[in-house]
Design a protein around this ligand. Sequence first.
Ligand code: GUN
Length: 310
Amino acid sequence: MGARILDGAAIARDMRRELLPRVADLTTRLGRRPALGIVLAGDNPASEIYVRNKMKAGDEAGLRVELLRLPATAGADEALALVEHLNGRDDVDGILVQAPLPAPFGPAGTRAVFDAIDPAKDVDGFSPVNVGLLTQGRPTLAPCTPSGIIRLLERSGIEVAGANAVVVGRSEIVGKPMALLLLQRDATVTICHSRTRDLAAVCARADILVAAIGRPAFVTADLVKPGATVVDVGINRVAERALAAALFAGFPERLAEFDRRGSAVVGDVHPAVRAVAGAVTPVPGGVGPLTIAMLLANTLEAAERRAARG
Ligand code: GUN
């Protein structure tokens, strides 16, 4: 039997609809719309698309979204000045610096820019203050992708408490906060990474398997326990036909789409996992829309907290 498909797009639509009255209420109280400032440095084509989607979603939610661009040649000083400017603006409730920053920033420059964001406006939940609060299980702005996945599991009726949850990938954006959020909800959590011994044996115990590695179709059917819930965080563009043909064997409609477009977006989970898993998130239409819905929710949350503080 094929796995149940967890419709992230539909859940994200519900979440976004539920924000509307809260946004309207806060807009009345503040006399302005809750606002998100997005910093986009350089001209990374994928970032352009992500930011455009975030702006459109913010607009539809009734938020004001302000885009502040920096040229690819900008240095960390200019980015820091922009973040400080947004920190000081009373009419900006949330700040998002789109990652990755241009290569010349390097890890130290990137870290300095993200660290400069006021934790109260840190809608990505990346600041050390917010990560610390999350680690202690205290209320905070938590990273959008893992928060969205928790909403997806809750709204899909998937039991987290007591489950063996395995997170493959240890990034600051997804893997680590995902593990913390699952732990907070009483899962037994294992984080796997490139040095994990016998990945297959660890994954085989997972009732909930979260794949956040960034490698197309990395999680194959033999890694998945029959009946498990498999959450696919990957967004990988595949352009080689031979790879597409191998991945989409048994999915002729996806191969036909590849041939029409010349490329396809593939998750970190192999399509054949659907034959083994109990439930899977699709790519596209699974985790991606939830990430955007959570960004809107975090922006509203930041605005409500700032309003409550006066
Ligand atoms: N780039 C890719 N994903 C993200 C994200 O969640 N937040 C930010 N700021 N940049 C990203």
